[in-house]
Write a protein that binds this ligand. Structure first.
Ligand code: AMP
Length: 386
């Protein structure tokens, strides 16, 4: 007869308690995917963070300064794994949990990716192409960097910048002078030369604790007002060389960090040659199409990776797309359309806010592109601000 301790231990090998730092829509979609697998979830909320998206999906622990290490591990119900769903997570808090359970991705990857300067320096040291850049911390170094990289230049805050926030496009010496004059009030900045790219792509890659790596097909992404609007998968006209270059970038980064989980890589495509724009050490908006494409979704694969399961299928048989609902609800006709699946985040609607997305399936690319265009103009009539 099986002994009692064995019976208790057995399910824990595949049914885990997983803590997610953050309570937004990515936490929601991770938990929804994980519930199917039998995992249990607990969410870590920063002070004042909304927990609407994760209501009903697990306990919520509200962080305060006293909660770290053993106390936090206990408050979380002794999770097997801690992971993240957002950029701004306290790295010391994550490190304080490393003695008690698996924290994945590694806090070091999260620390690097929280700062554009550290991220760009790492990419450069690994031989991965980026836009030409300079890190600056004074009016003199800012002026020098823009003048040497040339106009127009992108100036970005190293921290706290996403969806085009905390970013300046410097087109001439006058706008440079204005920015330089306010340098004392600005955080550390990175100046980038402008890349004349043909399009923006992204790669969702995953590495399991077993070391197995898988990548999804490249997604072609379109933005509006700096926010992701649509993804089309597989991206059209991708040569084998371009796809191999993207995979090589993913392998370099994943093995460098012995990374566990999903890593998202935003890329500029300049005539088939790729440069990394930004990394996100987590599941990503441009991978949401994978939820309805007949493959293991990015959420499912993140959890498989964390729990020691090799990655599931990543190559869809059909054409697939994603359209973000930015401060908009879908129309009743959209809800009735057989080629659309709605993902709604249970957030209140505010201007420019990501409140849900529509995933689309099509048997050929022309139909997919036509549907994406139709839906986009219905949701965002031409010229209307988000
Ligand atoms: P980011 O916040 O770095 O993702 O930048 C927001 C958007 O600005 C990107 O999606 C690009 O469309 C554009 N962008 C950022 N950096 C550059 C660059 N160096 N050259 C050209 N376009 C850029």
């Amino acid at each position: 007869m099986e002994s009692a301790p064995d019976r208790q231990r057995a399910p824990r090998r595949h049914l885990m308690r997983i803590a997610i730092a953050g309570c937004g829509q990515l936490a929601r979609m991770l938990a929804l995917a994980g519930w199917e697998m039998g995992h249990h979830f607990v969410f870590i909320a920063d002070p004042g963070e909304s927990t609407d998206c994760v209501r009903g999906l697990g306990d919520v622990v509200h962080l305060d300064d006293a909660l770290s290490g053993a106390n936090l591990y206990t408050a979380l119900g002794q999770p097997d794994i801690v992971t993240v769903e957002k950029e701004h997570v306290s790295v010391p808090m994550l490190e304080s949990l490393c003695d008690y359970c698996l924290v994945a991705p590694t806090p070091e990857a999260i620390r690097i990716c929280q700062h554009r300067g550290r991220e760009k320096n790492l990419l450069q040291s690994l031989g991965v192409a980026t836009a030409p850049f300079r890190l600056v911390d004074s009016a003199e170094t800012l002026i020098d960097a823009v003048e040497s990289l040339g106009y127009p230049a992108f100036v970005k805050s190293c921290e706290q910048g996403y969806d085009g926030q905390n970013q300046w496009l410097i087109k001439d010496s006058q706008s440079l002078g204005t920015l330089a004059a306010s340098m004392d009030t600005l955080p550390d900045l990175v100046v980038e030369g402008r890349i004349d790219f043909d399009r923006e792509l992204s790669l969702i890659a995953v590495r399991s604790t077993s070391g197995d790596i898988a990548t999804y097909p490249l997604s072609e992404n379109r933005h509006r007002e700096g926010i992701l609007l649509t993804s089309e998968v597989p991206a059209p006209n991708v040569s084998q060389a371009t796809s191999a270059q993207a995979d090589a970038i993913a392998h370099t980064l994943l093995t460098h960090w012995s990374y566990v989980g999903v890593l998202s890589i935003e890329l500029f495509d300049e005539g088939g040659v790729l440069r990394v724009n930004e990394l996100a050490p987590r599941v990503h908006n441009s991978g949401h199409w994978s939820q309805d494409a007949g493959v293991t979704s990015q959420f499912g694969n993140h959890l498989r990776a964390l729990t020691g399961v090799v990655p599931g299928a990543t190559q869809p048989a059909r054409y697939t797309g994603m359209l973000n609902l930015l401060g908009r609800s879908p129309s009743p006709a959209m809800l009735q359309a057989p080629d659309i699946s709605l993902h709604w985040y249970t957030k209140s609607i505010r201007q420019r806010r990501k409140v849900g997305h529509l995933n689309l399936q099509a048997s050929d690319r022309a139909i997919l592109q036509k549907r994406l265009t139709e839906l986009e103009s219905e949701l965002y009539p031409e010229g209307e601000a988000l």
